[in-house]
Design a protein. Structure first.
Ligand code: NAI
Length: 333
């Protein structure tokens, strides 16, 4: 049995996790859940959104399956997601974006993966006010050779392991000559070690435009934290939106799998949320754990139900409930 830490989260979290965890089980993979709280729902009992036992469980099991957590805007506690990624040093955020048969988008061809540096850059949360009246604020974009090297190497290794042909490094080195410049320089050095993979670079603004004009030109994209955050939501939009987009956060030996989307407070508790993104994150988790056949079957079953179009949730213009969608996927498994 492989033990996995399971976090049901906030908002629609518990209902999509119920669906996704049951579908992971239905593949027959020998997974045993160890459930722990996190997010707003953990505060009442534990007085913290990230209880020590939850973190300890992830460190012990080295893999977690996590539903979205609520983060207060502009104040309150820091994002548990960012905190957990930093605590566990989950430096690589991997977000595949492949078109779905049956989901109408502007493009027929898009099959790419964004590899985002997850611990540094402007997004690292190193910020403060410079005056007592809080009228001047400053954030620091920390970029190191070490962190750039390991994320770019991760992207090349990912490309090799998954039969992908090209890595595009995205930066803003024309303006941010030190931080983005360092990231680009490290990429150019590492690319020489991977002659079998094509390497190119793009400035982030040009990349945003090219992605919405020719997404089929891109394969593996590697970039710093904030650019990766924005571009990976953009690529999720290219293939049908946040409700369909899975992700994995990887460290040296620990990984957390989660949907990209948030807690969807507007539809929480109505039983109509789409569990696809979290279920596909579960398929990524199965691959990570070495259950490749189960991971492939789970993704194929989800894609099959979406292609058939009979049991779609309202976000995909259908009228199925979360439970009906889940039953249709289970039937295909
Ligand atoms: P959101 O992703 O929760 O919702 C955006 C829109 O997408 C809403 O209309 C929602 O109904 C819809 N949506 C999202 N997931 C869906 C699904 N599975 N099925 C059907 N519709 C879906 O983004 P929002 O409203 O900005 O954030 C809400 C909360 O989620 C915030 O507290 C935020 O901090 C948190 N959040 C947590 C994340 C995580 O834990 N990884 C990631 C992003 C946001």
């Amino acid at each position: 049995m492989t033990r996995v830490t399971l976090i049901r989260g906030d908002g629609i979290g518990p209902e999509i996790m119920e669906a996704a965890a049951s579908l992971v089980e239905a593949t027959g993979a020998p997974i045993e859940w160890e459930e722990h709280p996190a997010g707003a729902s953990a505060i009442a009992e534990h007085s913290t959104p990230l209880p020590a036992e939850t973190l300890a469980s992830i460190k012990k099991n080295k893999v977690a399956f996590k539903a979205p957590l609520m983060t207060p805007v502009g104040g309150g506690y820091r994002s548990v997601n960012v905190l957990a990624r930093q605590e566990l040093d989950l430096y690589a955020n991997v977000r595949p974006a492949r078109v779905f048969e049956g989901v109408k988008t502007h493009f027929d061809k898009c099959d790419l993966v964004v590899v985002r540096e997850n611990t540094q850059g402007l997004y690292a949360g190193i910020e403060h006010y410079l005056d007592p009246k809080k009228e001047t604020a400053q954030a620091i974009a920390l970029v190191t050779h070490y962190a750039s090297d390991r994320i770019i190497r991760f992207a090349f290794e990912y490309a090799r392991a998954n039969g992908r042909k090209k890595v595009t490094l995205v930066h803003k080195a024309n303006i941010l000559k030190f931080t983005s410049g360092l990231f680009l320089r490290v990429g150019q050095e590492i690319a020489e070690e991977y002659p079998d993979i094509v390497f190119e670079d793009r400035i982030v603004d040009a990349m945003a435009m090219q992605l919405v004009m020719f997404p089929e030109r891109f394969d593996v994209i590697v970039t710093t934290n904030l650019f990766g955050d924005i571009l990976s939501d953009l690529t999720a939009g290219l293939v049908g939106g946040l409700g369909l987009a899975p992700s994995g956060n990887y460290g040296e030996d620990t990984a957390i799998f989660e949907a990209i989307h948030g807690t969807a407070p507007d539809i929480a508790g109505r039983g109509i949320s789409n569990p696809t993104a979290l279920t596909l994150s579960g398929a990524m988790m199965l691959h990570h754990l070495g259950y490749h056949e189960e991971g492939k079957r789970l993704e194929a079953a989800v894609r099959g139900v979406i292609a058939e179009g009979k049991h779609l949730t309202p976000d995909l213009k259908g009228s199925a409930t979360t439970t009906e969608f889940t039953q249709a996927v289970r039937a295909r498994l």
